[in-house]
Design a protein around this ligand. Sequence first.
Ligand code: GRF
Length: 192
Amino acid sequence: MRIVVLVSGTGSNLQAVLDAVAEGTLDVEIAAVGADRPGAYGVQRAADAGYETFVVDFRAYDRRSDWNRALTDKVASYSPDIVLSSGFMRIVDEHFINTFEGRYINTHPALLPSFPGAHGVRDALAYGVKVTGCTVHIADAGVDTGPILAQAAVEVLDTDTEETLHERIKIQERRLLLETLGRISAKGLPAA
Ligand code: GRF
């Protein structure tokens, strides 16, 4: 199973995937790791581990649709079975979704469909929920929408800040992501 991973930030989820592949506990082939901006630490992590990397810089394109097309073409050039959005903070358009239909997987730090968007942890905390968590799902053209593959719950503590809560969520998120990728690599994606 060939995977292209997309990141925008620090890439700690990506690191868990890189480590599991290196340890032989996850049987996937990482074809490349890409980002929407130069300097994403996740790309550095992948390069350090010897993987091919790329940047399709969002700011280098006047039109969002041109960036989407360039990203789609770049990702497609690696012929991935799965495209993983691992902290990739850009909305992709229907052209991208259609090209990788049913094969674009996203992780989100909340129990979808609650608290979609860029601030899932902050929004859950602000709402005052006592339990939140993380979701791995097949992404469609919406914002953090699409069929759910797996979820894990995380208790919210009275003392939590966005940072402490996100750190505990990310522990579960990494575990869930590895489990889900392992299951897909062994059994394939669930039928749509
Ligand atoms: C994860 O919680 C992801 O769900 C969210 O941003 C975080 C990315 O963390 N969208 P990292 O870049 O993998 O460290």
